[in-house]
Design a protein around this ligand. Structure first.
Ligand SMILES: Cc1cc2nc3c(=O)[nH]c(=O)nc-3n(C[C@H](O)[C@H](O)[C@H](O)COP(=O)(O)OP(=O)(O)OC[C@H]3O[C@@H](n4cnc5c(N)ncnc54)[C@H](O)[C@@H]3O)c2cc1C
Length: 405
């Protein structure tokens, strides 16, 4: 049975799936709304790729060696400061830090990961500037036709995979549920050439992640490979804060206004993480799908990645779940592709895949909410440091018990 497969979205989920299918000689098309591969250029951000999910997918895709050349194990370290500049925890100076599950999660820039996957695909796999508008079911042969914003129609698909992220258009064919506000908003900016322009800030941030956690708020920083530091000035804020606060987030003054209104008790050095940022800032409001989100199974349409289980980034699992979903769905499709013409068998496989993905997503969404509460805690970073200490102690007790047996 040769399936005609459309993947909507060229993010980590869609591109990983496309690569895994092509490796198994199953053809597919990826439709992406960005106009070209460079559209991500200014959307930076570093992603940690976990051994048991993202790295596994890259291994199966035959891209792990290339990944290792780009990955930054030194980017894994975490530093936590309080708003008076006190270091509460610093893994790079040898503090005990986070428990074992955080080990082996090297960082890669979002653009590097996208390029790694894109460059590995057959030419013409990705159709750029194809923003999906609608999916139609053909009456005659039960195949799917896709309508795009550029005026094109693409007919005859057996399977459409929605890998189209937070505000998935494909999801609207399966459910009326929409993401809701997570309670966290703020400003995102970045400091380019930090080492040569702002040596003190570079030292403050270190090589990995640097969290400056106050009461219900934080200046969250992540170093990228190109000497840029990504900075998020986030806090627990009402749903309408972005529009009601009166700050024009496209104006260079936005950085000063956010610092003065939300982070006035921070040290001058910490404030300069935002004040020295490049002028192109964005206001952000973080959303999530309900924990345990599921949809009624459709034999021809499914979802992976953020489209299936949007979470806030505070457990650092989004891209890893996206790549794990892609891996599991690829296995499902590959197993069915070798069988004789039997669409019900694909449907059974898809259902099993979805049930597994939903269970994994639920568990990770619960962990994400727990970590979000630690990032934005009344007692600031102390609560997170205490959490890690407790978890390490529990791990040690478990190891001690298993050594006795
Ligand atoms: C501030 C922030 C920091 C984060 N940090 C981390 C981290 O450290 N670790 C981690 O694991 N995760 C992190 N995440 C989450 C991670 O970015 C996502 O979970 C991951 O990108 C999901 O991949 P995806 O392919 O499902 O979706 P996306 O990366 O969103 O890709 C979806 C693609 O679909 C395209 N698209 C959308 N609509 C359409 C349409 N109608 N037609 C065609 N194409 C369409 C989009 O242009 C995009 O290219 C972070 C997220 C945010 C917001």
């Amino acid at each position: 049975m040769t399936l005609n497969i459309a993947i909507i979205g060229a993010g980590p989920a869609g591109l990983t799936l496309a690569k895994l299918l092509q490796k198994a000689t199953i053809s597919c098309k990826v439709f992406e709304k960005d106009t070209d591969r460079y559209s991500l250029r200014n959307r930076g951000g570093s992603l940690d790729i976990h051994a048991d999910s993202g790295q596994r997918a890259l291994k199966e895709a035959g891209l792990f060696e290339e990944f290792k050349k780009l990955a930054r194990p030194e980017g894994e370290t975490l530093r936590i400061y309080s708003p008076d500049g006190t270091v509460l925890m610093d893994e790079s100076r040898g503090d005990a830090g986070r428990p074992g599950e955080f080990v082996d999660r090297p960082e890669i820039d979002r653009t590097q990961l996208r390029n790694l996957l894109l460059d590995s695909l057959a030419p013409e796999t990705v159709c750029w500037d194809y923003r999906l508008l609608k999916i139609h079911h053909s009456q005659e042969n039960s195949k799917l036709t896709l309508t795009f914003a550029n005026g094109n129609e693409e007919p005859n698909f057996d399977l459409v995979v929605g890998a189209d992220g937070a505000w998935s258009r494909v999801r609207t064919s399966l459910s009326e549920v929409e993401p809701s506000y997570s309670g966290i908003s703020g400003l995102a900016c970045r400091i380019s050439d930090v080492d040569s322009r702002f040596g003190m800030l570079s030292k403050h941030v270190g090589q990995g992640m640097c969290l400056n956690l106050g009461s219900d708020k934080g200046l969250l920083c992540q170093r990228n490979s190109d000497g840029t530091v990504q900075v998020y000035a986030f806090a627990r804020l009402p749903n309408d804060w972005l529009t009601a606060c009166g700050i024009d987030f496209t104006h260079p003054n936005a950085r000063r206004e956010v610092i003065d209104s939300l982070f006035s008790e921070y040290t001058p050095l910490q404030k300069s993480l935002v004040l020295n940022g490049d002028p192109d800032t964005v206001g952000r409001r973080l959303h999530m799908l309900p924990v345990g989100f599921e949809w009624t199974h459709n034999p021809r349409i499914t979802l992976i990645g953020d489209a299936a289980h949007l979470m806030t980034p505070f457990a650092g699992v989004g891209v890893n779940l996206a790549m794990q979903d892609a891996l599991d769905l690829a296995h499902t499709i590959i197993a069915k592709d070798t069988e004789p013409e039997d669409s019900s068998s694909l449907s059974v496989g898809l259902q099993k895949f979805e049930v597994g993905m939903w269970a994994r997503a639920k568990q990770n969404a619960e962990a994400t909410i727990m970590y979000q509460d630690l990032f934005f805690h009344k007692r600031g970073g102390v609560a997170m440091v205490e959490h890690f200490a407790k978890r390490r102690q529990e791990d040690e007790q478990k190891t001690g018990q298993s050594n006795k047996h």
